[in-house]
Design a protein around this ligand. Structure first.
Ligand code: UD1
Length: 366
């Protein structure tokens, strides 16, 4: 009897994590029947479909069409819709990735129906409960039967929370499987020509955390930072829909548009975005995944946050935590522009084989 597995994805940062898992499960199709569930948490073409196209992910078998809402409503709507399909399909295992609302909602449904949960990217902790993702991570890990960990700090965090070590598997970073797998396609991207950019003559910025973009005061701080940075280098800024909405709401659009060296563009697909990062001088971000991708690409990364759940990117990668501290940011940019930024060191098991390890463990134990 084939084991029926649900692989759940909902938001942009999930798609690069499910792509290698889908490919790997397909190789074992005599053992597994995998159904891809898309909750529809992200739904715009640039936030979802383009990643399916870029990463050759098959169309979802089940699409829940949830869309945007408050945290409680979005989580609840996913749970209600997901429970119905779980009751109908009766999977043997539900696999969730990352830390978005879809991750927690689906693990909660699974646990209540006594279905095994596998969490890919388990154990990461920012220790900052003001981040919705931290709540999602902690609770998902508590409910999981398999905890697939991407960096060694995660193993310790899980142990400290009293979760049984038997459930924990340090397998490496599945998102890096995607980065390495698509490197040739990334090289061929023509995004620099399309945007009239010269390699290393610009930096890339992405900001979308509620803590940075949702209120007027923090947006004003971000504006002040941009004003300063654009004096020394051009910034390319693919705008997340949340950020776009907030910049408009807080009446900053004119000010941002008036910054000569700032180019705000629509969100990019995976291949073009990574090419943009790979050819940049450095990156400014508040994303989790980008801290890891820049570590592998050896591109300096300034993270506009006070903490990171991915400490390996600080010790062995290219990441600097700078908060919204303007002086600190300028200091680090000077360091980077003078060629003295730190370089990446060994990143244990970020080798393109993580999905293979995960599927092997499931095959042997399910
Ligand atoms: C979500 C994740 C966050 C992740 C981010 C990556 C949670 C709690 N947060 O945040 O961890 O880093 O995705 O993008 O799950 N919107 C659109 N089109 C879309 C999706 C969203 O216009 O396709 C707009 C809506 O106005 C929505 C807002 O963006 O209200 C925020 O979307 P939401 O999914 O709630 O959270 P993100 O900020 O995207």
């Amino acid at each position: 009897m084939k084991k029926k597995i649900f692989l759940v994805a909902g938001a942009r940062p999930n798609f690069m994590k499910i792509a290698p898992l889908m490919r790997q499960f397909k190789k074992g199709k005599d053992k597994f029947q995998v159904l891809l569930v898309h909750t529809g948490q992200h739904y715009d073409y640039e936030m979802s479909k383009i990643f399916f196209k870029n990463l050759h992910i098959p169309d979802p078998d089940i699409y829940l069409q949830i869309g945007s809402a408050s945290h409680a409503l979005q989580t609840a709507k996913i749970m209600i819709a997901f429970e119905k399909v779980v009751l109908k399909e009766k999977p043997d295992l539900i696999m969730v990735v990352g830390d978005v609302n879809s991750t927690l909602a689906c693990s909660l449904v699974a646990a209540k129906l006594n279905i095994k949960v596998a969490h890919v990217e388990a154990g990461l902790r920012s220790f900052d409960l003001r981040m919705p993702e931290e709540v999602n991570r902690m609770l998902t890990d508590k409910l999981s039967d398999y905890l697939f960990v991407s960096e060694e700090s995660g193993v310790k965090n899980i142990k400290d929370e009293g979760i049984s070590a038997k459930k924990v598997h340090f397998v490496g970073n599945v998102m890096i499987d995607t980065l390495l797998y698509y490197m040739n396609a990334i090289e061929k991207s023509t995004i620099l020509e399309e945007k009239n950019l010269i390699s290393k003559k610009y930096c890339v910025m992405t900001l979308h955390r509620p803590g940075n973009v949702d209120c007027k005061k923090t947006l004003a701080q971000i504006y002040a930072i941009l004003k300063e940075v654009t004096k020394s280098i051009a910034i390319v800024y693919p705008l997340h829909p949340r950020t776009k909405k907030m910049i408009k709401k807080h009446t900053f659009l004119k000010k941002f548009n008036a910054l000569k060296n700032l180019s705000m563009i629509a969100p990019l697909g995976y291949i073009n975005f990574i090419k943009l990062v790979k050819e940049s001088h450095f990156v400014i971000t508040d994303s989790g995944g980008i801290q890891e991708e820049t570590a592998v690409l050896n591109i300096p990364c300034l993270t506009i946050r006070e903490n990171t759940e991915r400490p390996i990117t600080l010790t062995n990668g290219t990441n600097y935590l700078v908060g919204r501290n303007r002086e600190q940011i300028i200091k680090k940019i000077k360091l980077i522009l003078s060629g003295k930024a730190k370089k990446s060191k060994h990143l244990n098991l970020w080798d393109g084989m993580t999905a293979k390890r995960i599927v092997k463990i499931i095959e042997q134990t399910i």
